[in-house]
Design a protein around this ligand. Structure first.
Ligand SMILES: NC(=O)c1ccc[n+]([C@@H]2O[C@H](COP(=O)([O-])OP(=O)(O)OC[C@H]3O[C@@H](n4cnc5c(N)ncnc54)[C@H](O)[C@@H]3O)[C@@H](O)[C@H]2O)c1
Length: 266
């Protein structure tokens, strides 16, 4: 794919998991990458992998919950690459994995700051730059946890529902500008965020059970999500705007069903 040749792609949370894989794939497709994370070690590793394979990458340490740092990140894209075609606002945290009455308020507030304010600042600072250019694509990482219950704790799920709302409302505020805003909603993917789930299943010899509730019968991969992000960012998605795309093997497409009574073709 050379569709992204020389396009400027800014990715937050690029020091690990979905963000790193998306950076790698955009770089392979010829994009100029501005990678951001507040984890210096992870960010360095992403830079190393992309540089070693001949990709064009610059990086910047940034905490997406701090407006001045997101503004500076957008400024850095303009300084280094003289434009901004794609902003992938992907950094996120799980926060306290506890029932709400047991979760500490600091942890709750932090999830809201990182997962909601981060994407809001991305739209606030990247949106006007793209508007001025007359084109651009903003992709926000939400989650299937933002679509329905039982995929995460309350603060995390509520934060991801807010991200879905942000994609819809930002698409409206940028109407007619040539700038599109969409959200990608991953199902369960093995990354450092979910490592304990996979480790526990392996420990119990239950790895094959992961993903069995979706009709694709597997967990997602970081490549699955990166492919969807690249589609949303590309001109192939020129008429896709204000959407929340579930990339979850079909999990969110179904009401709960009793496997015993399910109709399955064989
Ligand atoms: N892994 C999954 O199953 C899954 C499912 C649905 C949604 N998601 C979402 O995907 C996104 C990426 O998560 P991942 O699974 O790759 O996890 P990950 O932990 O591997 O990567 C997240 C990255 O974001 C960075 N980060 C966290 N807070 C930050 C901040 N304030 N400023 C800058 N960087 C910050 C971390 O340092 C890390 O490098 C998150 O928004 C997450 O909620 C993940």
């Amino acid at each position: 794919m050379t569709e992204f040749k020389d396009k400027v792609v800014c990715i937050t949370g690029a020091g690990s998991g979905i963000g790193r894989q998306t950076a790698l794939q955009f770089a392979q497709a010829g994009a100029k990458i501005m990678a951001a994370d507040f984890n210096a070690e992870g960010l360095e590793e992403t830079v190393r992998q992309i540089s070693d394979s001949g990709g064009n990458i610059q990086s910047m340490s940034a905490d997406v919950s701090k407006p001045e740092q997101v503004e500076a990140l957008v400024g850095r894209c303009l300084e280094e690459f003289d434009g901004l075609d794609v902003f992938f606002a992907n950094a996120g945290i799980t926060g306290p994995v506890l029932p709400l009455n047991k979760a500490d308020n600091e942890g709750i507030a932090r999830v809201i700051e990182v997962n909601i304010l981060g994407p809001i600042y991305a739209v606030k600072y990247a949106g006007p730059v793209m508007l001025k250019q007359g084109h651009g694509s903003i992709v926000l990482t939400a989650s299937i946890a933002g679509m329905a219950a039982n995929a995460g704790p309350i603060p995390y799920s509520a934060s991801k529902a807010a991200v879905i709302s942000l994609a819809k409302t930002a698409a409206q505020e940028l109407a007619g500008s040539g700038v599109r805003v969409n959200a990608v909603c991953p199902g369960l993917v093995e990354t450092s965020m979910t490592q304990s789930v996979f480790d526990y299943a392996r420990h119990k010899d239950n790895e094959k059970m992961i993903g069995q509730l979706n009709p694709s019968h597997r967990a997602g991969s970081t490549e699955d999500i990166a492919n969807a992000v690249m589609f949303l960012a590309s001109d192939k998605a020129a008429f896709v705007n204000g959407q929340a795309l579930a990339v979850d093997g079909g999990l969110s497409s179904s009401h709960p069903h009793a496997p015993k009574f399910a109709l399955v073709m064989t």
